[in-house]
Design a protein around this ligand. Structure first.
Ligand SMILES: Nc1ncnc2c1ncn2[C@@H]1O[C@H](COP(=O)(O)OP(=O)(O)O)[C@@H](O)[C@H]1O
Ligand SMILES: [Mg+2]
Length: 352
């Protein structure tokens, strides 16, 4: 049983896409385990994919959003705003079995549906942290942890796995996600700003200062003050790597290596921020062994990725051929699938 947050302090790096692919594939590889996805991003992109993609998924989302009582993440947050310091233990009533809406997703996947209302609720969540009881900050930061515990208790068995899709910004919800998670998956794309974003993650969560004297994040300071556990880095994933031609492939490799160096540097001075994989053997001592445990890549599968997300079909179940996307016929090639499916499968095999 593990709780993963998928976060990087940057949009468009594939957090939602990978949440969809990893959770679906994990469920396929582990049919006897229940998988919970918590969509903590107001854009609800991963929810839309789980519920059937661009057309079907959006219709289902609206259906779920307009149903009363509201069984989405915002419904739960609303309940917690009313009862900030005492858990109502109602988390399990906020989950949706995805296969009831989209039979392409394995039946062991459950979702706390994302909701744009999170945005309008966020100032009320923040104000619940202060004033209040002396440790209001700590109690509010445990809301998502409480939600997950409620669901796990209702399942009554330990063999489950949780994925939390996060907002790119370091919002209150990202803080709640990080407090709930045990392990952090950091996707990044191969560009310069991704390197900056990875540094921001290290600074905001672990207090790894970029320049001495930089102010530390409130989250880092309060987590320390209240002795709260932080998630540790489980993997960082170079995503959407292109294999278009050898020069772009080598440019991508250069950026990925730079980010790898950055994270390797952190490991050498602060290995306590990393999660040694349970069946990964001993603590890595060489850079090569470090990369083997922590660094992964997912190639860009072009049209196949677009179709997978747009139709809500996990990439490992997608087949080659003509597909209908929003009334247009598009072709998925086997070569596109071969580029990404093994990446996703291999990555999921490391998720324990
Ligand atoms: N490996 C990939 N191959 C192809 N397209 C991808 C891949 N990962 C993400 N995408 C696409 O890139 C865009 C941004 O991804 P998304 O998951 O929404 O990013 P984030 O959640 O980090 O903001 C989406 O259109 C998504 O479908
Ligand atoms: Mg997203």
């Amino acid at each position: 049983m593990a709780i993963y947050a998928i976060w990087n302090n940057k949009g468009g790096v594939g957090k939602s896409y990978l949440t969809f692919q990893l959770a679906s594939e994990y469920a396929r590889q582990n049919p006897h385990k229940k998988v919970l996805v918590v969509d903590l991003c107001p854009q609800a992109n991963s929810s839309s994919m789980f519920l059937g993609g661009m057309n079907q998924g959006e219709v289902k989302l609206t259906q779920i959003h307009t149903h009363q009582p509201k069984r989405t993440i915002s419904g739960y947050i609303e309940e917690r705003i009313r009862s900030p310091y005492m858990s109502p233990s109602t988390g399990s009533s906020y989950i949706t079995q995805v296969s009831q809406y989209n039979d392409e997703v394995p039946s062991n996947v459950y979702l706390v549906v994302g909701d744009e209302q999170l945005e309008t609720q966020s100032s009320r969540v923040s104000s619940a942290t202060n004033p209040g009881p002396q440790d209001a900050w700590r109690i509010v930061h445990l809301w998502i942890k409480d939600l997950i515990t409620d669901v796990q208790n209702s399942w009554n068995d330990d063999s489950n796995c949780v994925f939390i899709d996060c907002n790119p910004s370091f919002s209150i919800y990202t803080e709640l996600a990080l407090t709930a998670a045990e392990r952090l998956i950091i996707p990044f794309s191969a560009d310069g700003s991704s390197k900056r974003a990875v540094k921001a993650v290290l600074a905001l969560v672990y207090g790894v200062q970029r320049h001495s004297g930089d102010p530390l994040s409130e989250f880092f300071l309060n987590s320390k003050r209240y002795v709260m556990a932080l998630p540790t880095i489980y993997m960082y994933v170079g995503n959407r790597l292109t294999q278009m031609n050898s020069s772009s492939a080598s440019a991508f490799r250069t950026v990925v290596n730079e980010i790898g160096e950055e994270i390797w540097g952190v490991w050498r001075t602060a290995s306590q921020f990393f999660y040694i994989h349970p069946s990964g053997g001993s603590t890595p001592i060489s850079q090569r062994a470090f990369k083997e445990m922590f660094q992964y890549k997912v190639n860009d599968a072009n049209t196949a990725s677009v179709v997978s997300g747009a139709l809500g079909i996990p990439i490992a179940s997608l087949t080659a051929g003509q597909k209908n996307v929003a009334g247009r016929s598009v072709t998925v090639n086997q070569s596109q699938l071969d580029r990404q499916v093994p990446n996703i499968q291999e990555l999921v095999q490391k998720i324990e």
